[in-house]
Design a protein around this ligand. Structure first.
Ligand code: DX5
Ligand code: ZN
Length: 221
């Protein structure tokens, strides 16, 4: 069985107490920390820049997983990696040559991932499979935390799982958007292994209990 990794998205955290929130999810059993970077151009929302990532890095020891929803990752990836990003995801429509951008992320010392929006077919990113360590399957349209899970993406997650297994590739499948205790089992059954959850964790009262419940739901308590 693939081991489940839970990656709380700090977008839904209380930013007035960001350090406490990060340390609370880490103590609650979070495996990675997901950081949603939005620039108001690629998506209609503005969130976090490299300055914040630098401080996040200082208060946690778990991997920092930066999801770039910005128009120019070629220009900014280096700053996020310098700030401490271990993983960097890009959206293919934001760069002229996604494979080259992914190679650049590797050259800068981070792991590289490509994101697939709910309405984007896998064929659009398959050409980059030699250049990624992870594929980020979006189960909402990027832009905001707290949106409803798009269940139609499950079939595409199974499709990418089969493709990766058939080709014996070392590519993680991360799934992001609307995942909570009540649907995580379906996401993992479809083939997801790194599970992002923002409101599903930070909007609950007891992070430890929620993460435990997620692990129990997939039979990995
Ligand atoms: C959406 C972001 C997600 C989001 C997850 O644009 O990429 O990471 O913050 O939050 P929830 O789990 O609340 O959908
Ligand atoms: Zn995200």
């Amino acid at each position: 069985m693939r081991s489940l990794k839970i990656a709380p998205s700090i977008l839904s955290a209380d930013f007035s107490r960001l350090k406490d929130e990060i340390q609370a999810v880490e103590a609650a059993g979070a495996d990675w920390l997901h950081v949603d970077v939005m620039d108001g151009h690629f998506v209609p929302n503005i969130t976090i820049g490299p300055v914040v990532v630098e401080w996040v890095r200082k208060v946690t020891t778990i991997p920092v997983d930066v999801h770039l929803m910005i128009t120019d990752p070629d220009k900014y990836a280096a700053e996020f990696i310098k700030a401490g990003a271990d993983w960097v995801s890009i959206h293919p429509d934001t760069c002229a040559n996604p494979c080259a951008t992914l190679d650049k992320i590797h050259a800068l010392g981070a792991k590289a991932s490509i994101a697939v929006n709910p309405d984007v077919p896998l064929e659009r990113v398959q050409g980059c499979f030699d250049h990624i360590d992870m594929i980020l399957m979006m189960t909402v349209f990027p832009g905001f935390g707290g949106q409803a899970f798009i269940a139609e993406v499950l079939a595409k997650i199974t499709e990418v799982r089969d493709l990766i297994d058939q080709q014996k590739r070392a590519i993680f499948i991360e799934v992001d958007g609307g995942i909570k205790t009540d649907n995580i089992a379906r996401v993992v059954a479809a083939g997801g292994e790194i599970i992002v959850s923002g409101s599903g964790i930070f909007k609950t009262l007891n992070y430890g209990a929620t993460i435990q419940q997620m692990r129990r739901a997939v039979g990995q308590a």
